[in-house]
Design a protein around this ligand. Sequence first.
Ligand code: GAL
Length: 443
Amino acid sequence: MTALRASLASRLSYQPHRTMALVGAAACLLCLSCLPCRAAPLPPQAASLQVLHWWTSASERKAANALASRLADENVAWKDAAIPGGAGLGAGKVLRGRVLAGDAPEVTQIIGTSIAEWAEMGLLLEIDGVAATGNWGNVLFPAVYKLVRHRQHVVAAPLGIHRVNTLFYNRKLFARFKLAPPRTWAEFERAAQRFKEAGVPALAQSREAWQVAALFENLALVEGGPAFHRDLFVRQSQQAVADNRLLAALERLRAMKAWMSHPVEELPWTEVVQQLAKGEAAMLVMGDWAKGELVAGGMAVDEAFGCGAMPGTGKYHLYSVDTLTMFAGDYSHMPAQEKLARLMVTPPVQAEYNAIKGSVPVRRDADPARMDSCARASWSAFSQDAAMLAPSLVHRMATDEASKDAIIAEIHRYFVDDAVTPQEAQRRLSGIFRALHGKNAKN
Ligand code: GAL
């Protein structure tokens, strides 16, 4: 680990000043007439930051652009490096490749437990000064403040909180079928049944692994609340995996396939959102970035579509917090990086960015009166006691990357192959947890 860290740190520190000095020395050797020989003056450091992220949908782009223009107001250019791929699957790979090649971007969207993984290698800029000046310890929600720190240092700047347990519904379809938005599981089932009978897919869903696992972690929350969700995905406890509530969640996931269009296609999340928008499906369980996308497409909250909590999880908040981290490199970008970190948490930027993105502010002093009904419900749910909050498995809030990937792959396998029984999937998950337990020693 130390060797990897040292090699990464040395590869990472792209040192423009040293390069310029070498160029200067070479020029000097060639130019015999220039006495006394002096290296050419260094050009002033351009105030620009390359930002690697995975916000490529219409609403995500708009939200990132809003941030970029606020940064431009402070004379720092945002050089965009967007890598498509929902939940950051592509961006994570590109980041690893770039860091190994000694070409780390100055700013990167790194979220959840990945923050600690990169910080542990000593690559992230510590922004304790920015956090102290902005009083982050008091203004941020405690769960957010915890996420951005590693070994007592602040190493990430937070942008917004997404609620992963959100149910969206197409209001036109609900009105046509004279149905009220479902709050309980029984109402959810009744509504789904009505749509199914009428030949309308009740639920928009992709078979992409991360999207399947997102639905499944919602079902685990329905069955056992945040405590059970944590036992499963944070602690990966054998007791939790053997619990009947896990079996019930697996059975529900299988049963819900009947509510989806057949076969369930492998679609990017933006296309799944479009199915709801066009009335090709009546409901959608997805994080509230879907709200940002629906609004960007011209649909208004509480008019064309509605949203509420996933039935049976009204009091809970299954969260994913978006954060940006700064790679320290040779520290030449530090002033601009600190500017961006400071700016991100200011109340006006929080309000503007989150309204477009679909998420809610990370600040406890945000004004709920300025939020739409979905955001207000999310922000209030997140303001509660920590016992009501559950960190999303799929969005890296619950466990490390390798564990998350192993669990998601198993859930996906069960979802796509009806020959795998719920009991078999439970046994396989238990085997994975046992292997991870050996690795993480967390149980
Ligand atoms: C999450 C991220 C969101 C949104 C979503 C879909 O991980 O927090 O901002 O981009 O993925 O890609």
